[in-house]
Design a binder for this molecule. Structure first.
Ligand SMILES: [Zn+2]
Length: 186
């Protein structure tokens, strides 16, 4: 394995962040594995998989996510109001949701999809999340996060957000494929 600075390894991921599942990398050099990968997917993997929540990595991630949202906006011919930085906020939030799973974890079951069964709830169903373990922020919360009115969110930005989120989520797959190729190639 090439000697490059070790960025961070799976075992250093703090509780509740990231999602591990990258056992192959535990003994490996993260920087090597990410070599040659596009900047956006690399920043996402560093955060989501290797647990690098450092300010400079997150700043990179948000800038590349913004760029991705901008590309999407141009190709989809979205009308974007000037000076409100809606795309930037939307891209940042989408990246944060992917990196920091806790943002959408159900507060009632903590993501475990069920609760301790009791007399009133013998099946242990978690009502707030419908046994999915995650909860979407309300329209009001999302509107406030990206700086639009609730009505603008519902009518215009919610479907756009789904597309931005999807693009950034794709980075994870792109990055994982890249890494497994690199590791196979040794
Ligand atoms: Zn729940």
């Amino acid at each position: 394995m090439t000697a490059i600075t070790m960025l961070s390894i799976k075992s250093q991921i703090p509780n509740g962040e990231g999602h591990g599942g990258f056992a192959k990398l535990e003994q490996c050099d993260v920087a090597y594995a990410l070599g040659g990968l596009r900047a956006g997917p690399a920043a996402l993997l560093r955060a989501a998989i290797a647990g690098d929540y450092g300010e400079s990595n997150l700043r990179d991630l948000y800038v590349w996510a913004w760029q991705e949202a901008m590309d999407l906006a141009i190709s989809a011919k979205w009308e974007i109001p000037k000076g409100r930085e809606i795309l930037r906020k939307m891209a940042k939030r989408a990246a944060e949701e992917i990196v920091f799973k806790r943002l959408t974890l159900c507060p009632n079951c903590g993501g475990s999809k069920s609760v301790q069964p009791n007399q009133h709830n013998p099946t242990g169903d978690c009502t707030p999340c419908g046994n999915t373990g995650t909860i979407n922020p309300t329209a009001e919360q999302m509107a406030s996060i990206i700086g639009v009115t609730e009505q603008e969110w519902r009518n215009v930005w919610a479907p756009r957000y789904v597309r931005v989120y999807g693009r950034i989520l794709e980075w994870q797959g792109i990055g994982m494929r890249h890494v497994s190729m690199r590791l196979k190639d040794e």
